[in-house]
Design a protein around this ligand. Sequence first.
Ligand SMILES: *[C@@H]1O[C@H](CO)[C@@H](O)[C@H](O)[C@H]1NC(C)=O
Ligand SMILES: *[C@@H]1O[C@H](CO)[C@@H](O)[C@H](O)[C@H]1NC(C)=O
Ligand SMILES: *[C@@H]1O[C@H](CO)[C@@H](O)[C@H](O)[C@H]1NC(C)=O
Ligand SMILES: *[C@@H]1O[C@H](CO)[C@@H](O)[C@H](O)[C@H]1NC(C)=O
Length: 282
Amino acid sequence: MACRRRGVVSLTAAAVILALLLLMSPSPTLSFSKYETPDQCSWSADNETGSGRMSVLCRVRTLDGEGTNLSALQVEGTTRLRVGCSQVLLFESSLPPQAFHRLSQLEELIIEDCKILQLPPESFTGLRDLKRLSINTYNSEWGSGKSLELAPNSLYGLKELQILDLADNNIRAFPEDVFCSLGNLQTLNLTRNRIRDASNLGYASKQPAYETSSIPRDECTGGLDVRALDVSWNQLQILRGDSGITRLRQLRNYNICIYNITNWPRFPGMPYPASLPSGYLI
Ligand SMILES: *[C@@H]1O[C@H](CO)[C@@H](O)[C@H](O)[C@H]1NC(C)=O
Ligand SMILES: *[C@@H]1O[C@H](CO)[C@@H](O)[C@H](O)[C@H]1NC(C)=O
Ligand SMILES: *[C@@H]1O[C@H](CO)[C@@H](O)[C@H](O)[C@H]1NC(C)=O
Ligand SMILES: *[C@@H]1O[C@H](CO)[C@@H](O)[C@H](O)[C@H]1NC(C)=O
């Protein structure tokens, strides 16, 4: 009898353990209801049930303003984040140091209408899975002198980044080799900025006239596999054959508005303007 009794006991024990396990394992509904955001933010779940992936939208006055509390965003499940600053109030927003570094699950980050003047060093470290980054300040609405400036290592750490959209930032120049750490970059959108000279596009020319760059040329491999480049609506005047962007090895789709082309560079595999595949010139 002892045997049978023990059997009954262990069956009951198993049922209890099973019930406990079921209670403890987070069901999709449970994890949904646990997802919380600061007051300025709203979220929606990814349409795949139970994936636990959230798109979060935060509306703030400025990025660093009073009551803005992006540091309260939940790490777990936050895969897409769009932060929009006030379109009416033209106040400077500064990116708090490592503002987003906790959000290690982010795959997409969009910052819109925030009047940012500087991207400090390592602005996005920690975002190891980030695939898309958009920063569109519309700084020119604030003033023609309000340009966004990037520190040379501001984009450091974004190893998975595929799409970088820096349109509408009133940018005048990129530091040389700023894209070096972006080993997976495929689309670079620099449209509607104020770049006048192709040597300010972040790509050093093949034979630099001077050796001031801190990064040895052969260590700068990131950013060279860009397939789509949009530099339309800048103020580019000349694109010389030794321009750094001629080092782009995979360029297929480009939109380069240039006034007064003096010498169309020979891109590897890129035809002359007469038969441009999908880019165009103005
Ligand atoms: C999820 O959303 C994507 C794009 O919004 C859509 O193409 C897809 O059909 C949706 N899937 C389901 C299961 O609703
Ligand atoms: C921001 O959120 C954190 C974490 O929830 C909290 O500790 C902190 O007090 C909040 N700060 C403000 C200014 O609301
Ligand atoms: C670049 O951004 C502009 C403005 O958002 C958009 O119209 C354009 O299609 C983008 N270009 C590429 C190559 O994605
Ligand atoms: C292009 O060159 C012509 C002749 O050199 C000059 O008159 C014109 O202003 C230039 N256009 C621009 C946009 O620089």
